[in-house]
Design a protein around this ligand. Structure first.
Ligand SMILES: *[C@@H]1O[C@H](CO)[C@@H](O)[C@H](O)[C@H]1NC(C)=O
Length: 351
């Protein structure tokens, strides 16, 4: 006690009290900070709780879809859309992890490089850098290690301020495929592995935090943007079917970059799934392309460019898992009408 005396001054009993008071003070401050944090997470400005429960825009069938992109594969035949080009570059782009943004990145970065005549030296390592000239990518934190329940996601959503954003791109993919892909990503590739190594895929899909339920909330929340004519909503499945139209739409109709048809064709060729996967397989574990290299050689599930197959989830899940997933989607995916993910995808023969 004698040693502590100079800190608090006074006699030995008073110094003891001072010590306790100090720690009680620190404790109270921590509790207050925690409560304050919790409160700011619950009262999200601009996101009323009813909206969270019913999915913006998707719950009311009378609201019209004004975003572009959902008809990307039929657009050309149906109507000639006048390019508006008022969107700022890089254009804000949101997607849940594992929804195919690497591929979109590849397409736009090659198109941009080609436009500026340095496509011949483009490497995997450049993809991230060049794509940033065209699209500004965000995930909105659905895998945040401490706070990624469906409810927490609303907070991240509000922070992204979709209401104030007149322009953007939303990239979505069938949640059945996303969830399987996200399991492998988090199990084998994530830099800090927040999911325990003994977690099975079947356990993972039942989690509320950072898994299927959160993903469905993500789709519900972001479905809000379909009411905005300045947004492009792309389904990964359409992007696979119609990569040329997708790329043309983004670089020429949305951003008016004036990319030539040769460059569009070359970009789609360069980003062809098979060749992209091959180049990723050969990527070194150091240098700019290391994010593409497989986490462990010989484990195909540890690849960055893993499968990309539509409906591929059926290879990895049991009947019971699929049943659980379908029920969860029926119950929680309020925005199914918008994205068309209410029913399982038809099996494709590609890949
Ligand atoms: C670069 O772009 C040109 C078209 O301008 C194309 O012919 C060529 O194949 C492209 N190179 C690569 C590596 O994609």
């Amino acid at each position: 006690m004698a040693r502590r005396r100079p800190l608090v001054g006074g006699g030995s009993s008073r110094s003891c009290w001072g010590w306790w008071l100090r720690w009680a003070g620190i404790g109270l401050a921590l509790v207050a900070a925690f409560l304050l944090g919790a409160l700011t997470r619950v009262w999200v400005p601009g996101v009323p709780s009813s909206a969270l429960m019913h999915a913006y825009g998707a719950s009311d069938p009378t609201k019209t879809v004004r975003a572009q992109g959902l008809d990307i594969c039929t657009q050309q035949q149906q109507h000639q859309q006048q390019p508006t080009c008022s969107a700022p570059r890089p254009l804000f782009t949101i997607s849940h992890p594992k929804s195919g943004r690497t591929w979109l990145r590849c397409l736009v970065s090659h198109a941009f490089a080609c436009l500026n005549k340095y496509n011949d030296t483009l490497s995997l390592a450049d993809i991230e850098m060049y794509s940033g000239n065209v699209l500004d990518f965000s995930h909105g934190e659905p895998h945040h290690p401490f706070s990624s329940t469906p409810w927490d996601l609303a907070y991240a959503f509000a922070e992204e301020r979709p209401h104030n954003r007149e322009h953007g791109v939303l990239l979505v993919r069938d949640p059945r495929d996303v969830i399987v892909s996200s399991y492998y990503e988090r199990r084998y590739r994530e830099h800090v592995r927040w999911i325990p190594p003994w977690t099975s895929l079947s356990q993972y899909i039942t989690w509320h935090k950072g898994s299927l339920r959160t993903l469905l909330m993500f789709l519900n929340l972001w479905s809000a943007v379909v009411e905005k004519p300045g947004w492009t909503v792309l389904r990964y499945e359409d992007m696979r079917r119609c990569p040329h139209q997708t790329l043309r739409h983004i670089v020429n109709e949305r951003l008016c970059l004036g990319v030539s048809e040769e460059c569009i064709q070359a970009a789609v060729r360069w980003c062809d799934f098979g060749s992209l996967q091959k180049r990723a397989e050969e990527a070194g574990t150091s240098g700019g392309a290391k994010i593409f290299s497989p986490a462990s050689k010989g484990n195909p599930n540890s690849r960055k460019v893993r499968k990309g197959k539509v409906g591929g989830y059926r290879d990895d899940l049991s009947e019971a898992d699929i049943e659980y997933m379908e029920q969860t989607i029926q119950k929680h995916l309020v925005s199914a009408r918008i994205f068309g993910y209410g029913t399982p995808p038809t099996i494709t023969t590609e890949d």
